[in-house]
Write a protein that binds this ligand. Structure first.
Ligand code: MN
Length: 204
């Protein structure tokens, strides 16, 4: 049974960057639906006992194409939103520190440069999808995007996502309408780099 991440903040606590109604709808309806649909599809496909990371890394084991697509879309939606919501905090640490900060400086020159790269990629993702900061097995960082509810596990490159930036319109349209760039700026006001850094350090 796959379960939505429990939030350590309330729906209203991310105001004014993410509004309460968007949180209620996004977490309470969209994310809840992906989770319920994943549980139903994974049960039918006989794969519901697999950790989600493993399941999304090995979708080919599901023979039925319709079930495989259902697990891909809803399993992606389940995992991606768990990471997205878990990384927020009303008292966010606004810049990385420690090992992650060192690696960012080494690869991108500065934190500002990384943020700009992530923002540019997120803004440029055509249609619905996600922008990612991931790490490979050597601890190197990768910035990329995926369409729909796809994620780095599905690429099969051994990347582990550290940060997920949802650019589906449902993530911002109620407050920001068509202004995706404004939402991306707001995202970085509540993204907790302490949590992102802990994910990086947990990889060893
Ligand atoms: Mn979403």
């Amino acid at each position: 049974m796959y379960e939505q991440v429990k939030l350590d903040y309330g729906f209203a606590d991310l105001e004014p960057y993410i509004d309460t109604l968007t949180m209620e709808t996004h977490y309470g309806k969209h994310h809840a639906a992906y989770t319920a649909n994943l549980n139903a599809a994974a049960e039918k496909a006989g794969v519901a006992d697999k950790p989600i990371e493993e399941l999304l890394s090995s979708l080919v084991i599901i023979e039925d194409p319709a079930l495989r697509t259902a697990v891909r879309n809803n399993g992606g939606g389940f995992y991606n939103h768990n990471l997205y919501f878990a990384n927020f905090s009303p008292n966010a640490q606004h810049a990385p520190s420690g090992k992650l900060a060192e690696q960012i400086d080494k690869q991108f020159g500065s934190f500002e440069a990384l943020k700009e790269e992530l923002s540019k990629k997120a803004a440029g993702q055509f249609g619905s999808g996600w922008a990612w900061l991931s790490a490979n097995t050597k601890g190197e960082l990768i910035v990329d995007t995926s369409p729909n509810q796809d994620n780095p596990f599905m690429a099969g490159e051994g990347y582990t996502p550290l940060l997920a930036l949802d650019v589906w319109e449902h993530a911002y349209y109620l407050k920001y309408k068509n202004l995706r760039a404004d939402y991306i700026k707001a995202y970085f006001e509540i993204l907790d780099w302490k949590k992102v850094g802990e994910r990086y350090e947990a990889l060893g």
